[in-house]
Design a protein around this ligand. Sequence first.
Ligand SMILES: [Cu+2]
Length: 119
Amino acid sequence: MIGQLALAALIALAGAGPALAHARLLHAIPRVGSTVKIAPRDLELSFSESIDVGGSSVTLLGPSGRVATGPLTRDPADPRIVHVPVKRALPPGTYRVEWGMTSTDTHHTDGDFSFKVAR
Ligand SMILES: [Cu+2]
């Protein structure tokens, strides 16, 4: 009886562990919801877990559609930070960043945020 309860508790813990490890967006540059005066040439997304960039993607959408971005790279100093090069100067307007990340524990999460480039 006690053994079974202990086993059930262990199974519950095992189930909760990986769920807590899913990558959540903690911080971004440009900041989530911000208005920037200088158009960024690189987006920086900081997550709660290490990211496997091979299984991850970012789409940047601007006032006139999708904006070309370069391949995602992991920050050499912190595997939880992903850099996205922006291939051309962004004109003023509202931009949406749609991200889908695979963390190194193989779990996938996604989300989006916006920022504005001021006129
Ligand atoms: Cu996970």
